[in-house]
Design a protein around this ligand. Structure first.
Ligand SMILES: *[C@@H]1O[C@H](CO)[C@@H](O)[C@H](O)[C@H]1NC(C)=O
Length: 247
């Protein structure tokens, strides 16, 4: 025989049980007709009345937290990243920090102009004067030597014009912070200022053969169009004019 109970019978049953349950609950939850909520509040009051204020100065020493550090940020982007770059800058802006913005040469002059205008006209940036833009844009290849060169270029400008700062952070326009600058500055105020986050060694190991000897061409060095880095078949010996590190 087919089940002839209509589909809505179960929801209806539950629907009528629930108010009943609520009614029971409110009855149990009241004590001598006084809702428990009131009892709870009055006992809370009672505890409060027993508290005697203690003079703060003799019992608690409020230590002043260490002074916050300063970060120097490089935010780099390419063609079409103008809006994201702006968003990123506003999201990580803090008057204590230093900022440098780079929109690479793939971006149109108009796009660069828009960002430049924003950097120079935005009221807070104008007042604090801690945001600058690399106006002589470079062409940057991801993973290429032009990327390192561009990072070092920005760091050099910051060292020259950015005053005292403690750590350098490079970000892309597509990044977005997970913590506020206030939190970050607070946490880093407890971190030794000479702590280096770049773990490096001069023991090259397998990288001597795989990274130092191949000749890798970064087209951004001689081209005005963006292209991937590429390996040529010739290899070179390990350079001796400078010491190599890996990290
Ligand atoms: C930061 O700079 C280094 C060196 O140029 C680079 O390898 C790294 O990918 C950069 N990070 C970002 C987020 O751009």
């Amino acid at each position: 025989m087919p089940n002839c109970q209509p589909k809505w019978i179960l929801p209806l049953a539950f629907g009528s049980i629930f108010p009943l349950f609520l009614l029971c609950f409110t009855t149990i939850a009241s004590f001598n007709g006084v809702p428990l909520l009131f009892l709870y509040r009055s006992s809370y009051h009672f505890v409060e009345n027993q508290l005697k204020p203690i003079p703060v100065s003799t019992h608690i020493t409020i230590s002043t937290p260490p002074s916050p550090p300063r970060f120097a940020y490089l935010i780099s982007g390419s063609a079409g990243n103008g809006k994201m770059l702006r968003r990123m800058l506003l999201a990580i802006y803090h008057p204590l920090n230093q900022y440098i913005v780079h929109l690479d040469r793939k971006a149109s002059p108009a796009e660069r102009q828009t960002i430049e205008q924003f950097v120079t006209d935005y009221k807070v940036f104008k007042e604090v004067r801690n945001v600058r833009m690399i106006t002589k844009a470079n062409l940057v290849t991801y993973r290429g030597c032009t990327m390192v060169a561009n990072t070092l270029h920005a760091a050099a400008i910051m060292l020259r014009e950015g005053g005292n700062w403690d750590w350098f952070i490079n970000l892309s326009a597509s990044d977005y912070p997970l913590v506020t600058q206030d939190d970050l500055l607070h946490i880093f105020s407890y971190v030794p200022r000479d702590l280096n986050f770049i773990d490096h060694t001069s023991k090259m190991g397998w990288k001597a053969g795989q990274r130092a000897k191949p000749v890798i061409i970064d087209p951004a060095l001689y081209n005005s169009k963006k292209a991937e880095v590429f390996w040529i078949t010739q290899r070179r010996s390990i350079p001796t004019a400078f010491k190599l590190f890996t990290g």
